[in-house]
Write a protein that binds this ligand. Structure first.
Ligand SMILES: *Cc1c(COP(=O)(O)O)cnc(C)c1O
Length: 500
């Protein structure tokens, strides 16, 4: 017999059990902090570096031996953590692909954590919610009935998972069992095809899967950064003639750098001709391609892929992390990952304890968080129509930015795909060979200026400024302010660069 009942603190376990009143008090404080954070962001600088003295104090701070009151800990969170955000969520933050979270997604995270299930599998709500979310996305992507997938941490995890399945699949067709033998004991070279602007996670995956970076075939692109189908066909034929084993083609539905969408339908033709796995990386641009009408041929091509990765934590405004992997043939993933031997496999136990086939049979992770809840809540709340409006608005603001860049005599537009705009300063009097240096200085000046924030990159071998609009709170006035900040920094930089 214990002296304390549910919810009644046991004095012997400090800080463990909590009464409903305490939970409410802490929760209300946290909700206040969330409201202040989300609504107060626009009033502060877009970015300010974490103070070096605080960083040093954190680096040297001892392990807490005695505990502190929860409210005191939340004081620390308020002072030290919430005061120095990354920058995303501010309407004038345009760097990388970091969107603000929809507040319902934030609160759903807390609810998911309160339940704290493992979604490895089982017959509990979280499992069925994830199945529904995956099916909804599969339908939106145009995948056929019977397709499936799972939620992962992001597109890096989606890519390595998809390519592990593709590797197993390609090897099995030649009589190799990579699960048993790894890549040992045969002399065929596994090769992987990707575009010049494919995300770094493809190379990481190739290295991790034993394919090796030397066996990546970087296929050339056209002037708009789109992978060329003819070049892909030539590369695949050459490798087949040489006795190599094509594992997969990784195409992009929106490259991170310039927003280029590969000609997915033509690439799907090439893959079909040669029986090569097509993985579409739609981490950033997938929602725009799938939900809107701007890229009908690419949308049709995406629907033909063997696997698609998409990051709801980017352009669907879900809190990090939320990555999605769609699989045309989920059985292929089960073959690559399941440790349940085929003769013991069941197709689940819908009414019993074990529930549907476990997610852990389709990927690497065992204990899996309840990522699906935030996506389920957001899809139900916004609907596909709501998402269409939000994504379309980001595209329209990006188009406005591209127009403003075109109209500015001292700016050059270098690329504009989806909601990415890459450009650079070219003020009068600055020699061409100093423009990279100048634009690097402009990026830093704008970032530290606190008024706007964008990233530096390279496009076609030159230093560029890159803005990516994935925040429905960003207005045309905000991107006009960016253009003004960049031009001012360009003029100031030019004075230094051309100074004698
Ligand atoms: C962000 C991104 C990735 C990596 O996704 P993570 O969620 O960061 O793991 C891969 N591909 C593209 C095109 C991306 O934009």
């Amino acid at each position: 017999m214990t002296a304390h009942g549910p919810g009644v603190p046991d004095p012997g376990l400090p800080g463990w059990e909590r009464s409903p009143a305490e939970i409410r008090a802490l929760g209300h404080r946290v909700v206040d902090l969330i409201a202040d954070h989300l609504c107060g962001l626009p009033d502060g600088p877009v970015f300010r570096p974490f103070p070096p003295a605080e960083a040093a104090a954190l680096a040297a701070g001892p392990v807490p031996t005695a505990g502190a009151a929860a409210h005191d800990v939340l004081d620390d969170v308020e002072r030290l953590v919430l005061s120095y955000p990354f920058g995303n969520g501010h309407p004038r933050f345009h760097a990388w692909v970091n969107s603000p979270p929809h507040v319902l997604g934030v609160l759903a995270e807390a609810l998911a954590a309160a339940m704290n299930p493992s979604v490895a599998g089982g017959n509990h709500a979280a499992v069925h919610v994830e199945h529904q979310v995956v099916r909804w996305f599969a339908e939106l992507a145009g995948f056929p009935a019977g397709s499936g997938g799972l939620l992962v941490s992001g597109a890096s995890a989606a890519t390595v998972t998809a390519l592990a399945v593709a590797r197993h699949h390609a090897a099995a067709r030649t009589g190799l069992d990579v699960r048993a033998d790894g890549l040992q004991g045969h002399d065929r070279r596994f090769v992987l095809y990707l575009g010049e602007e494919a995300h770094g996670c493809v190379r990481k995956s190739a290295e991790l899967l034993g394919i090796g970076a030397a066996n990546l075939r970087v296929v050339g692109s056209d002037g708009a950064g789109r992978l060329r189908p003819g070049a892909l066909r030539d590369a695949v034929r050459r490798d087949l003639a040489d006795g190599h084993l094509p594992v997969a083609v990784v195409a992009s539905a929106g490259t991170t750098n310039t927003g280029a969408v590969d000609p997915l339908d033509e690439l799907a033709d090439v893959c079909a001709e040669h029986g090569v796995w097509l993985h579409v990386d739609g981490a950033y641009g997938g929602p725009a391609v799938v939900l809107l009408d701007g890229h009908p041929a690419e949308r049709a091509g995406l629907a033909r892929a063997d696997s698609v990765g998409m990051d709801p934590h980017k352009w669907l405004y879900a809190p990090v992390d939320a990555g999605l992997l769609l699989l045309r043939d989920p059985a292929a993933a089960r073959d690559a990952f399941s440790l349940v031997p085929p003769y013991l496999r069941t197709d689940g136990d819908p009414g019993g304890v074990t529930g549907p086939v476990w997610f852990s049979e389709y990927g690497f992770e065992q204990t899996r968080g309840f990522r699906a809840l935030k996506l389920w809540v957001l899809l139900k709340h916004l609907g596909v129509d709501g998402y269409r409006q939000l994504v379309a608005r980001d595209l329209a603001v990006a188009a406005h930015l591209a127009d403003a860049v075109r109209a500015a005599p001292d700016l050059d537009l270098l690329a504009h795909g989806l909601s990415v705009v890459c450009f650079r300063c070219r003020p009068d009097g600055v020699p061409a060979d100093r423009l990279d240096e100048l634009n690097r200085a402009v990026v830093t000046a704008v970032q530290l200026g606190g008024g706007s924030f964008l990233a530096g990159t390279t496009v076609g071998g030159v230093v560029a400024l890159r803005a990516c609009i994935v925040n429905p709170g960003t207005t045309t006035a905000d991107v006009d302010a960016l253009v003004a900040a960049v031009r001012a920094a360009g003029t100031a930089g030019a004075a230094i660069v051309v100074a004698p």
